[in-house]
Design a protein around this ligand. Structure first.
Ligand code: ZN
Length: 223
């Protein structure tokens, strides 16, 4: 699988057909097996300028829960450098048909529409059926008008390396509503995520905070 990545705004313009309509199939069963709220992902900062972020996390391929939570902690600590605190994450274990375990635009739209989870939402999937195949994709607002179900979502394929970094990287794309990459040494938004790439610039933090707040994804104050 090629390096992970972004795909804000770009993507399936050509692939996105009229997949529903009068002949739509009956509702597909998606079963929420359990819900769990994690509220201690990152230490609370002692600053009035902190913004809070709540995540929905949908495990649709039986990922190991402890692996997911450990990665969320890493991501939360990375976002803390911009005074953004992941105040809580709701983890949902969801059973879906085999047809919906991968990221695949029409199927994933059905899933996201049926679940209607608060945004941003992270989906932990079996893989991707998109071409090109990325380890993770983030969908912002730029070009998602024709597929609003996927706005402000991240789709992570099983096998993605440096999972915590990947989560943080994709959330930055969503919060900034930008597919931009930054190849300054050590920057989290390098095109290829790597363990040594952890930092965000003041400009990246500012855009993330401004755009994320404007789009209702970040809230001021302590949660
Ligand atoms: Zn990226």
């Amino acid at each position: 699988m090629p390096a992970r990545h972004l795909l804000i705004a770009l993507g399936w313009i050509a692939a996105c057909g009229l997949d529903a309509g009068a002949n739509a199939a009956p509702a597909t069963p998606f079963i929420i097996e359990s819900r769990q709220t994690i509220s201690d992902l990152a230490p609370q900062a002692d600053t009035a300028s902190e913004l809070t972020l709540r995540l929905s996390v949908a495990n649709i391929d039986r990922w190991d829960e402890s692996e997911v939570i450990a990665a969320l902690r890493i991501a939360a600590n990375l976002l803390a450098q911009c005074r953004i605190r992941v105040s809580r994450a709701e983890l949902l274990q969801i059973t879906v048909p085999d047809s919906h375990r991968h990221f695949d635009t029409p199927r994933s739209r059905e899933l996201a529409d049926a679940l209607a989870l608060p945004k941003p939402t992270l989906y932990f999937t079996a893989g991707t059926r998109q071409t090109p195949a990325f380890d993770a994709e983030a969908i912002g607002r730029g070009n998602s008008r024709s597929r609003p179900e996927l706005t402000d979502t991240v789709w992570i394929a099983r096998g993605a390396r440096d999972l915590g970094l990947v989560i943080a990287h994709e959330l930055v794309h969503v919060l900034m509503d930008s597919g931009a990459h930054d190849h300054t040494p050590g920057n989290l938004m390098a095109e290829d995520t790597a363990p040594q790439n952890t930092r965000l610039s003041a400009a990246q933090c500012a855009r993330m905070r401004d755009t994320g707040t404007r789009n209702g994804l970040l809230r001021p104050g302590v949660d």
